[in-house]
Each structure stands twice: as C-alpha cells, then as structure tokens.
Design a protein around this ligand. Structure first.
Ligand code: ADP
Length: 215
C-alpha cells in the first residue's frame, strides 16, 4: 500500500503513521522526524532548516522534496509501499511529488485525511509539550503551525478528492478507535487499489461513522 497522510499538527499523523507502517510492513516516512534528526545531528541541512522548524514555518519545498523522493526511491528498490507523514504540505509539494512518484510508478493509492478541530489540536499539542520538549510546541508556535495548515495545507485535501484517492476519518476520537477505523478502511481498499484506477474512484468520507455507531 502507498498512503499519504494529510492532517493538522497534533491530529495523530505520527501515531497513526507508525501503526499503518507496522500493519502493512512499509516504511514510515515522516518529514518532521527526518528534519529534526538533521537538526539534532547538526548537519548542514539541519543548520539550514532549524529556524523554520523553531518558528513553525515551512522548510523550503526543494529541501523536503529531495529527502522524500530519495526515501520513496529506497522504498521502491526494496519492493515496498510507504506511508508519508508530513508531506505534501502545500499544493506545489503535492504536484511535484505526484510527478516524481509517477516516474517511479509509486504514486499514492490513498490520501488519508485525519480531521480534527483547532481547539483539540491546541489541547493535544500543549499536553505533548509537557511530556516531550519539542521546540515548536509552544502556544505561539502552535498558532503559527495551525495558520500555515489552514492557509496552504488544507487546500490540498480537495486536490486528492478530485483525484479520487481521498479517505476522511474523524480523528477527534481516542487514538485506538481512530487506529481501528483507519486500518479497517485501508484493509477494505487494499485489494481494490491496484485494480481500480484512481480516476474511476470517488472520495470516501467516514467521518460520520463514529457518531452513527455511538461512542
Ligand atoms: P506537525 O505536523 O505537528 O507540525 P511535523 O513533525 O510534521 O509536525 O513537522 C514539524 C515541522 O517540520 C513543520 O512545522 C515544518 O517546519 C517542518 N516540515 C515538516 N514537513 C514539511 C514539509 N513537507 N514541508 C515543509 N516543512 C516541513
């Protein structure tokens, strides 16, 4: 399976991404982790991106895309799919990545949209800040990351809907519930994705499922 995650900060991309990767035996390519690793190791790239991360702004597209394209090529060489977490984050990244993946015959089968409202995002990130010490989990930087999400990332959801590969889930619920729903949806899609071309598919909206079946 080749899956990409689209979600605001704090929606659970990291947690669900790791779950999906373990379940399907595919690499979890998380751009935030890859960038933070460069910063921690003090590489040239790390020094170049540190300020963007600290301020909650986006790192230049070409920097992220080079890292991600390399990881996708590695996944292909290993005969595996992938779960992309944190990329694409704007429409330029979405289009460029699509072109690059097309050349490798590695375009995404599913764009998984984790829907969470802003208040919940802020609550979760501040709770995380008390446990981990990420430089960007302060109230001010969280607000900036959310603004960036609404301005440049959220619009790509429509692009995936048009391509027919969008699956939306309600990520306001406890992490285990979201995880079960995500894996169930992906398992249903698994035998179909190689057979039904994206253009012949329609977006899938599972956000009413939780409410329909009660808590
Ligand atoms: P979150 O989604 O909680 O903000 P991430 O770990 O995905 O956390 O990203 C942390 C930071 O890394 C972002 O605020 C941004 O500075 C940088 N970053 C990650 N992915 C990208 C990307 N695709 N394009 C540009 N910057 C990115």
């Amino acid at each position: 399976m080749r899956i990409l995650l689209v979600a605001p900060p704090g929606a659970g991309k990291g947690t669900q991404g790791a779950l999906i990767a373990t379940h399907f035996g595919i690499p979890h390519i998380a751009t935030g982790d890859l960038l933070r690793d460069h910063v921690a190791r003090g590489t040239e790239l790390g020094r170049a991106v540190k300020q963007h991360l600290d301020e909650g702004g986006l790192v230049p597209d070409e920097v992220v895309l080079e890292i991600v394209e390399h990881e996708i090529a590695k996944a292909k060489a290993a005969g595996l799919g992938y779960v992309l977490d944190g990329v694409p984050r704007n429409i330029t990244q979405a289009r460029t990545l699509y072109e690059a993946a097309l050349e490798l015959d590695m375009t995404a089968d599913v764009a998984l949209h984790l829907k969470v409202d802003d208040d919940e995002v802020v609550r979760r990130l501040l709770a995380r800040a008390a446990l981990e010490h990420r430089s960007d989990d302060t109230e001010e930087v969280i607000a900036r990351r959310l603004a960036v999400y609404h301005e440049v990332t959220a619009p790509i959801v429509d692009w995936y809907a048009e391509r027919g590969i969008l699956v939306s889930v309600d990520a306001m619920r406890p992490v285990e519930e979201v995880g079960r729903e995500v894996l169930a949806a992906l398992e249903v899609l698994r035998p179909l994705v190689g057979v039904v071309p994206p253009g012949a598919r329609r977006p899938i909206d599972l956000t009413g499922l939780g409410a329909a079946f009660g808590k």
